[in-house]
Design a protein around this ligand. Structure first.
Ligand code: BGC
Length: 746
């Protein structure tokens, strides 16, 4: 280490530090020792070196190009380098050849696994299993940190209620409660419950509202009121901050005219002020520079000033801080105190990750942990819990000894089944359904792809139909190529692409049972395809181990238990449609549809409620929905009291019975509705869920505790509190089922 311990200097600076009034309780839980170390380093830095720490560059591949800037201390962090030898070289120059020897923070988008690719985050959410999701994030951290990546730009916590938005794939779907539980799980998994050399700092993103882009068009404006932010969009971020998330990324969107990277209200007031976040805030890729495109700043200097004064610590790829902060400090437009605070936030993360103690990785050991058998097993289990059974006329699970026709563009698409943001997953390691089925049933599998990729158009499927006639069962693997979802990949049409629906229609003519497996980055509008299949398993892009997991599900080794983390629409025109909408003044009550309307019907003869004449008011599948090979019955649903005080806890009791012939797992869900509020309230809100495994015929009585404070919301007076009154409560297997019981809050 190049800095020298100078106790009197430390004491002096600590005094200055406290005068700054900057020492907060700290959500990162840094020890006094960490803070002292941070202050000591800060005290030795020139203004230019401080500003250098606030600069992040995409340095993939090219150490030499950045060597000079590293020596001058002009780079605090790099992203997009994963070669452990090169990362060591970057670190060596930063540590050994710069004046203060401050190590780099090396970031990467490790979104759903590093080499071992897990299901896309929407698929992770479909497991409703935070413990398993935490395990997956741990696996990702172990693999990535072995190569020197100590910071991931994950989890994405954007609530998304419009499946046209391609980035819906990257989050947990539409519900704040489910999103918050997934957020905590991923933060704990990446960072580890105990900090060590496999801890990878999580970056919660994109702060905030990005998923509410108008029309589902990526990067578009959002118009969320403060109340919507506080009741729906902010809670998952707050939960992740409380779980100890070390970093946060500001989003691209402008909300009601204010781009997030310059949004003092959300970053400074809410995140720093109300929540006490003392982690690092980084911009999204050039989101500072894009404030010029937004027309929110004149030039790079202007947007750099706005961003740093809003509370941003690190600039990803705009070079606005590096080029202009010094000048802005000198002119007084930015206070040096603001810069000090930003640098503290950056150094704190570096110290806590242990980078000052050892920034290097063991290059020879890195390869051994990639694709480790335990990692592949964890990825496979996650797919098994994540796939959702949406239709089954009894065809599933399949018996043994069948002649199987495998068809469809996703049957053997090792790249596409990895999904979006799988930078480091290698398709050579992917096990496709075709591969898994051939290994499992040698000699029984015939493969006729029908379509080579999801967008392909074809007019005749004679070859596939002929093969189907020779088979006992047809397994059609359909969906979306990986490139059709993710960033900047929004779609206006959510039907199966290309001629996939025509393929299913043709297969039906062969007269053999057809089971479709859909692998996609979003909930597609598959209503028109359902009549053509006997069974349908929906797997969001499943990752490396999709093949064996899906085979286990289809053949009954594992019983499906995934549930929809997002409402499935009948048609794209229904978007956005989500279960937790507010009660309207004229709720739908099943009124006349298009085909029932008499000619020249009177203006008011159809009734006046909230629905579409052509598609009614309901989705294809509601939130929280998913079938099993067995069936479950809920009984004895009750509460321990009729009325609760605001500081008490609801105790929900119910009995769950496996009423079918298979062992299985149900995700029991508890929803509430606040009947009258100072503002209109959602018709239902998820407040708890639990995965319960039961043997065929088994019954279990369960208890779920929900603190009454979980019912709090920001009402008319702007305060977050539980409002007294009557509530409904459901315990059910999805958001559209169950009988409500009542309780009161006093
Ligand atoms: C995305 C972020 C990502 C960043 C770095 C941006 O385009 O919006 O989610 O973390 O790039 O790759």
């Amino acid at each position: 280490m190049k800095y020298i311990l100078n106790l009197s200097l430390v004491a002096l600076l600590l005094a200055v530090f406290s005068c700054d009034g900057n020492k907060t309780a700290g959500t990162l839980g840094a020890s006094d020792e960490v803070e002292t170390r941070v202050e000591r380093i800060l005290s030795e830095m020139t203004l230019a070196e401080k500003i250098g720490q606030m600069n992040q560059v995409s340095a993939g591949g090219d150490v030499a190009q950045y060597a000079d800037a590293l020596r001058k201390g002009q780079i605090g962090s790099i992203l997009n380098e994963v070669d452990p030898a090169k990362i060591n070289e970057f670190q060596r120059i930063a540590v050994e050849e710069s004046r203060l020897g401050i190590p780099l923070l090396v970031g990467r988008d490790v979104i759903h696994g590093f080499h071992t690719v897990f299901p896309i985050p929407l698929g992770l959410a479909a497991t409703f299993d935070p413990a398993l999701v935490e395990e997956g994030a741990r696996v990702a951290a172990i693999e990535a940190t072995a190569q020197g990546v100590r910071w991931t730009f994950s989890p994405m916590l954007d609530i998304a209620r419009d499946p046209r938005w391609g980035r819906i794939a990257e989050g947990s779907g539409e519900d704040p409660y489910l999103d918050a539980r997934m957020a905590e799980a991923m933060v704990h998994g990446y960072q580890g419950r105990e900090a060590d050399s496999t801890s990878m700092a999580a970056c919660i993103k994109h702060f905030v509202g990005y998923g509410a882009a108008e029309g589902g068009r990526d990067y578009n404006s959002t118009f969320l009121t403060e109340r919507q932010l506080r009741n729906i969009y902010l809670p998952p971020f707050e939960a992740a901050v409380k779980a100890g998330a070390m970093t946060l990324m500001t989003s691209f969107n402008d909300n009601d005219g204010v781009p997030s990277t310059g949004n003092t209200f959300v970053v400074k007031d809410v995140l720093r002020g109300e929540w006490g976040f003392d982690g690092l805030v980084v911009t999204d890729w050039n989101s500072m520079g894009e404030m010029i495109n937004h027309g929110f700043g004149e030039d790079r200097k202007d947007v750099a000033e706005k961003a740093v004064n809003a509370g941003v610590d690190m600039d990803m790829m705009t070079y606005g801080f590096l080029s202009h902060l010094e000048e802005l400090v000198k002119s007084g437009a930015v206070k040096e105190k603001t810069i000090n605070q930003a640098v503290r936030n950056i150094l704190r993360v570096k110290v806590m990750l242990g980078l000052f103690d050892n920034p290097y990785v063991d290059v020879d050991a890195a390869a051994a942990v990639q694709y480790a058998p335990a990692h592949l097993a964890s990825a496979q289990k996650t797919v098994e819990e994540s796939a959702i059974l949406l239709k089954n006329d009894g065809v599933l699970p399949l018996g043994k000894g069948l002649r199987i026709l495998v068809t469809g563009p996703l049957a053997d698409a090792p790249h596409d089944q990895l999904g979006t943001w799988a930078f480091d997953g290698e398709k050579a390691h992917t096990v496709t359904p075709l591969k898994a089925l051939r290994e499992r049933f040698p000699g029984q599998v015939d493969y006729v792809p029908g379509l080579r990729f999801s967008r392909e158009k074809r007019s005749s499927f004679a070859d596939v139909v002929a093969a189907a006639r020779r088979a006992d069962v047809v397994l059609a693997f359909l969906g979306e190529e990986a490139i059709l979802s993710g960033e900047a990949h929004s779609l206006a049409d959510l039907n199966l692409q290309g001629s996939q629906s025509e393929l299913l229609a043709a297969l039906k003519t062969a007269g053999k049972p057809v089971v479709a497996v859909v692998m996609a980055g979003r909930p597609l509008t598959i209503e028109r395809d359902l009549p053509n299949v006997n069974g349908l398993l929906y797997s969001f892009h499943p990752g490396t181990m999709g093949g064996p997991a899906l085979a286990n599900l289809l053949f009954g080794d594992v019983n499906p238990s995934g549930k929809t983390p997002i409402t499935f629409l009948r048609t794209v025109g229904q978007a956005p449609l989500y279960y937790s909408h507010n009660m309207t003044g004229r709720p739908y009550n099943g009124e006349t549809l298009l085909e029932d309307i008499p000619l020249e019907a009177g203006q008011t003869s159809l009734g006046n409620t909230s629905y579409y004449l052509d598609y009614g008011a309901y989705p294809l599948f509601p939130f929280g929905y998913g079938l099993s090979y067995t069936s479950f019955a809920y009984s004895g649903i009750g509460l321990d009291k009729e009325a609760y005080k605001a500081d008490e806890t609801l105790r929900v009791n119910f009995t769950l019975t496996n009423t079918g012939a298979f062992d299985g797992t149900e995700v029991a869900q508890v929803y509430i509705r606040d009947l009258v509020g100072s503002i209109t309230r959602p018709v239902k809100e998820l407040k708890a869920f639990e995965r319960v495994s039961l043997k065929a015929g088994e019954s279990r009585t369960l208890t779920v505790d929900i603190p009454v404070q979980e019912l709090a919301f920001v009402g008319l007076d702007g305060e977050k509190k539980v409002e007294a009154g009557e509530f409904l409560l459901w315990v059910a297997g999805d958001s559209a089922s169950g009988e409500a019981i009542r309780f009161k809050v006093l």
